[in-house]
Design a protein around this ligand. Structure first.
Ligand code: TK8
Length: 338
């Protein structure tokens, strides 16, 4: 699925070639640089988590590893940045699982609508065996997954009408992430979905190319979508994990001690990020209403109707992914609720 071309500006000269000539190879003073990029802006907990990662890594390596942080898609969108990691022209990106499914199709499983019942259950599954199993699929793609962070439960916004039930999706032009499962689920609900990179979304809503989008409350508020959207509903249709990705060639070039430091830093910063993220998602719904958005609560019955409508899409993807893996996920979710 992935091709080596189209990787957004990676040139051969990006490679630092640290051991050229060999003279410096045993010198301990060599600094390594991590260029870390995210799509969200610098007000979002994802960026605060990234700053925490930088602080931990620079402190514990005594500056032997420097972390340069980029937000707001300054280095590209999630997919382009992931390709840059594969090519070795960028070291870290923290995308949602949905675009990762373009590289590892099994990742579609995370984006099954209504899969995770709560953030706590997601934590337990992602930080447990099943989560590890998915991280272990990444090295084949020249990627290393160091931790799960949190994007969160996704909610629908739009500029056309208050959405209370499945019927209200009818004809809405919704931007989805670049992921076929999302596309098909929204089609099943009667919407008119368009996949689009996150970096293009604000302009698309402003210009009216799309009527709406779906993202967690923190993103909706901190990216100021209330300026171009009128209605928000707590559809909570998908829990999006973020995955902390590192370029495998870069990771392999680190000393064992450095590998341990970056791994621990990704986990610790992730714990911090999840906390901030949950506070933000809980806090900003009020602010959105204060900014003039209408808020529509989805009743359990209305949500169940949505579940039933997207179930055939889920079944189809379960078959493609393999029932074994899907069952392991369901069992882990069960167990986490005991
Ligand atoms: C930010 C994205 C974003 C995601 C999306 O780069 O694309 O809608 O939810 O948060 O990862």
């Amino acid at each position: 699925m992935l091709t080596a071309c189209g990787g957004g500006g990676g040139t051969a000269t990006d490679e630092p070639a640290p051991e050229a000539g060999g003279e410096e190879a045993v010198e301990q003073g060599e600094t390594k640089t991590i260029r870390a990029g995210i799509g969200l802006n610098d007000a979002h907990p994802q960026y605060k988590g990234l700053l925490k990662f930088k602080e931990i890594v620079e402190e514990r390596t005594d500056g032997a590893i420097e972390v340069q942080t980029y937000h707001s898609g300054q280095l590209g969108d999630d997919r382009t940045m992931t390709e840059a990691l594969q090519l070795g022209s960028q070291e870290v990106v923290i995308p949602s699982t949905a675009p990762i499914a373009n590289f590892v199709p099994e990742y579609n499983l995370f984006d099954f609508p209504f899969l995770f019942p709560s953030e706590e259950v997601a934590d337990e599954v992602l930080d447990g065996e099943v989560g590890q199993m998915f991280l272990d699929m990444l090295p084949d793609q020249n990627l290393v997954g160091l931790a799960y962070w949190e994007n969160g439960f996704r909610d629908l916004t739009n500029s056309k009408r208050a959405v209370a039930s499945a019927d209200d999706f009818n004809g809405l032009r919704i931007r989805t992430m670049e992921n076929d499962l999302h596309l098909e689920a929204f089609r099943a609900l009667g919407a008119n979905p368009t996949p689009m990179a996150f970096t293009e979304l604000f302009a698309a809503m402003q210009q009216g190319t799309v009527d709406g989008q779906e993202n967690p409350i923190a993103t909706i508020y901190l990216q100021r979508y209330h300026e171009v959207q009128d209605h928000v509903s707590n559809t909570n249709h998908v829990y999006s994990p973020f995955v902390f990705l590192m370029s495998k060639s870069f990771f392999d070039g680190l000393s064992e001690e450095q590998q341990q430091i970056v791994s621990e830093a990704a986990l610790e910063a992730g714990q911090y990020q999840r906390e901030l993220n949950r506070e933000a998602n809980a806090q900003y719904l009020d602010e959105l209403q204060e900014e003039g958005m209408t808020y529509t609560e989805i009743t359990p019955e209305a949500r169940q109707e949505m579940v039933d409508i997207v179930q055939p899409v889920i079944d189809q993807y379960a078959e493609r992914i393999g029932q074994d893996l899907v069952d392991q996920m369901y069992e882990a979710i069960e167990a986490a609720q005991q």
